[in-house]
Design a protein around this ligand. Structure first.
Ligand code: ATP
Ligand code: MG
Length: 273
């Protein structure tokens, strides 16, 4: 039975981190639409644990838990940064200055420099876009199924590349760069677009928008490491590949952590007493 639990109640998923009886870091998540399941799990498995909450839906979850004791809350960005630092150390990764992109329901972008961190901005393009736009385009509702299918897709008829526009003219930038995400649907007029192609195209939008924003802020702040976190990367090798190759193409160093989505929960766990 855990004595301490960190919970990150996000817009889509509620992530939980704790140390099990063998002192191993243990992680579990629930949909944020099912706080009953979170409460049921705590009551059944760890009724005596002291909890620390973070995340945008922490207040709603706190009201739901009806705890007799006051549940401490830690600001989401602080929890996330603490969780990132902890994981970097555990994974022996050295990143003293970095841009950090948390690809959650939406995407939040931060900088860590000189032992301090601050939020630089963000974009509404994130994991919620992947599920929402994916759903709107294909009618599929199961997240895992969408990710699995997207791996088989081709973006050839979905996107327009720089080389599609310039053809044999002298290229001003790399021809393999995307000139227009989804522009090919209107311009290339192929009727071979499958759900797999459409979902691969959606993954392209998320990966390229997030990576290009991060690359721009990394250049402005003169840092070369970009740490990408958030549950959107969980079991999603295609998205990681898109982000990794674009980041490398722009001479920046992409860093992925093993527990992609759990930085906030781990940060909250570290604050729990
Ligand atoms: P935010 O931080 O923006 O409040 P969040 O903390 O809930 O949101 P994450 O948990 O980091 O965000 O990521 C949510 C995204 O992860 C979803 O939008 C989806 O793309 C992806 N995802 C991964 N696993 C699942 C799952 N089992 N069910 C639904 N979405 C999932
Ligand atoms: Mg989150």
């Amino acid at each position: 039975m855990a004595t301490r639990i960190g919970i990150d109640a996000g817009g889509t998923l509620t992530k939980i981190a704790y140390w099990n009886d063998e002192k191993e870091l243990t992680l579990i998540s629930f949909p944020s639409t099912d706080f009953q399941a979170v409460k049921g799990w705590i009551d059944a498995e760890h009724p005596l644990a002291s909890i620390c909450l973070t995340g945008g839906r922490a207040e709603q979850l706190k009201n739901y838990l009806l705890s007799k004791n006051e549940i401490p809350y830690i600001v989401e960005f602080d929890a996330t940064m603490n969780g990132v630092m902890y994981q970097l150390k555990q994974e022996n990764k050295k990143c003293e200055s970095a841009i950090i992109a948390n690809i959650g329901t939406g995407t939040s972008i931060h900088i860590m420099k000189n032992q301090q961190h601050s939020r630089l901005g963000g974009t509404g393009i994130g994991g919620g876009t992947l599920t929402g736009l994916g759903m709107a385009l294909t009618g599929l509702v199961d997240y895992e199924e969408m990710i699995e299918i997207s791996k088989e897709g081709s973006r050839t008829y979905i996107d327009v590349l720089v080389s599609d526009i310039y053809e044999s003219n002298k290229l001003p930038i790399k021809g393999s760069l995307t000139a227009s995400n989804f522009g090919g649907v209107a311009l290339k007029k192929s009727d071979t677009k499958s759900n797999a192609d459409l979902l691969a195209g959606v993954q392209g939008i998320i990966g390229e928008v997030v990576a290009s924003l991060c690359i721009q802020v990394a250049e402005a702040h003169e840092v070369s490491d970009i740490i990408y976190i958030g549950s959107t990367l969980e079991n999603n090798d295609l998205l990681k590949k898109i982000i990794e190759s674009y980041t490398r193409l722009k001479q920046k160093n992409p860093v992925f952590l093993e527990k992609h989505g759990y930085s906030g929960a781990i940060g909250a766990l570290l604050e729990s007493i």
